[in-house]
Design a protein. Structure first.
Length: 295
């Protein structure tokens, strides 16, 4: 795990959390198979880290300590979802880890989150840590709390299974927005793009809740109105209805970079025809990394 390492118990945890948040999310998202759920797991992990720091004493490897907390939080999430698999292989095979060429490493780093979920937990974790995040075998042992032979075995088997999966034919059915979702998202997007925020305010409930991820939380129409006011002051966005991981979503593009993919996305919750929740990832653009989306 590259970066600045601090050995003092009084290291600046807030600064470290900000610096590591994108990498921690990348790990969490691939462990649980969703960039959206991955952000939930990450937020839980960050809360646990802040609460645990005071009692942790001297932390010789803060980055490894944070990854370990994120790893355990992801496993807790998987257990709650009743999708927990065997963490360790029964056998601990002492084998050499295959050296991947550059092409193989890039292919694994680009593997879809859905594909990672087909690997057992130990294989998934070891492949993500080494081939996506560039960790060493020693660091994998720390995060997974396992022996070196177990880490080598999990990595070897995970890579082999990913190669087999890559050879399978793609038969995933094409997803699309339902007519209901397209109509209500389309109306919201049309008003937003036209900067008709009075019309947007008429679409939201009086007790609407806003999560401006990694930035702030707001509640109530009066408070959330400031959020729309902030959007009216900038022009680096253009909204398009779409899907993110099968969820109806609003994809946000940069109008000055028409050939690029979305920068981030928004999720809306509805009740009785009104918007009741807004989750905006503008300040957490790392969440779009690895997401499967459709326009």
């Amino acid at each position: 795990m590259t970066g600045v390492r601090e050995t003092s118990a009084a290291f600046d945890i807030e600064r470290l959390l900000v610096a590591m948040r994108p990498r921690l999310h990348r790990y969490c998202a691939r462990m649980v198979g969703s960039v959206i759920d991955g952000e939930d797991v990450l937020q839980d992990a960050l809360i646990k880290a802040v609460e645990a720091q005071a009692a942790a004493g001297a932390i010789g490897n803060p980055e490894g300590w944070l990854f370990r907390i994120a790893h355990n939080t992801a496993l807790d999430f998987l257990r709650r979802r009743n999708r927990q698999e065997t963490l360790r292989s029964v056998e601990e095979v002492d084998m050499m880890v295959d050296q991947l060429d550059a092409v193989g490493s890039r292919q694994i780093a680009a593997t879809s989150l859905r594909t990672f979920m087909r690997l057992p937990v130990a294989q998934r974790s070891s492949v993500i840590l080494m081939d996506v995040l560039g960790c060493s075998l020693k660091e994998i042992c720390v995060v997974m709390d396992c022996s070196l032979p177990a880490a080598k075995a999990a990595l070897h088997r995970g890579r082999a299974q990913l190669r087999e999966i890559a050879d399978e034919p793609e038969d995933t059915p094409q997803q699309r927005l339902s007519d209901v979702d397209r109509a209500r998202l389309g109306a919201y997007v049309a008003h937003f793009n036209a900067r008709d925020f009075d019309a947007i305010r008429a679409m939201i409930s009086d007790d609407v809740r806003l999560d401006l991820v990694s930035k702030s939380h707001m509640r109530g129409k009066a408070e959330v109105s400031r959020y729309f006011g902030n959007y009216s002051k900038v022009s680096d966005w253009h909204l398009v209805p779409g899907l993110v991981e099968g969820h109806p979503a609003i994809l946000v593009f940069d109008p000055n970079a028409p050939d690029q993919g979305p920068k981030y996305f928004m999720l809306l919750g509805w009740a009785a025809g009104k918007v009741t929740t807004i989750r905006d990832f503008r300040h957490a653009p790392y969440v779009i990394d690895g997401a499967e989306y459709l326009v």
